[in-house]
Design a protein around this ligand. Sequence first.
Ligand code: URA
Length: 258
Amino acid sequence: MESVEEYHAARAMLEWQVELGATEAIGDVPVDRYGLKGKVAAVPGAAAVVAPVVAPVVVEKVDPVAVAVAAAKGAGSLEALRAALGAFEHCELKKGARNLVFSDGVAGARVMIIGEAPGRDEDREGRPFVGRAGQMLDRMLAAIDLGRDGSVYITNVLPWRPPHNRDPLPGEIAMLMPFVKRHVELAEPEVIVLMGNIACQGVLGRRGITRLRGTWERALGKPVLPMFHPVDLLRKPASKREAWADLLSLKARLGGSA
Ligand code: URA
């Protein structure tokens, strides 16, 4: 440091950076700050100046998954779970979404459907599966006499729309799955249908819907059936044959009636 003025200018700059949120200084070479403690800097023409010791800014690291687990566990009802999700501040998607998309259909229905994430229409309305994919889902369910007006309860892995409908990131899925698990506990369905790869990723920890679909597994304490997502069927109508087989399997599991 050449002069007292430079020292004060450097200190003001440092304080400004700390105010802006800088938590760590990265230099080309390591600096032993403890070694500098109390070191006297010789300043020509001025009294000796003690090099400042800036207290380290301690940033507490939050584990969003642990926060989600605690928040979800504390919810004793579906309404409380919705409120807990609404108060969860660790997912960036929330900032870009218009609405929290929690569920539709009838809580307590025998069938719970878990989809991926809201799209534009769902984000606007605050209800899952209301756009084109939702209309396709309604047709699929109606084909086996199911519907959201009585026999089905619907939610998604993510309650907020990802920007440009991009795939959810693994970290986003991980921090929102505790809410999905609690959602299943509170809704108490008899069986769960996993719509598409993201639902399989969240619930089963695996992707590959073409291989997974149609085979019942056990997860979240329930029988679960992976199925092609309605969007898959819109993109590739030939897959409707497999989807129909899976719907019949669901109907059989329910004893032929909803
Ligand atoms: N796709 C989904 O997986 N969920 C929705 O709510 C809408 C589209």
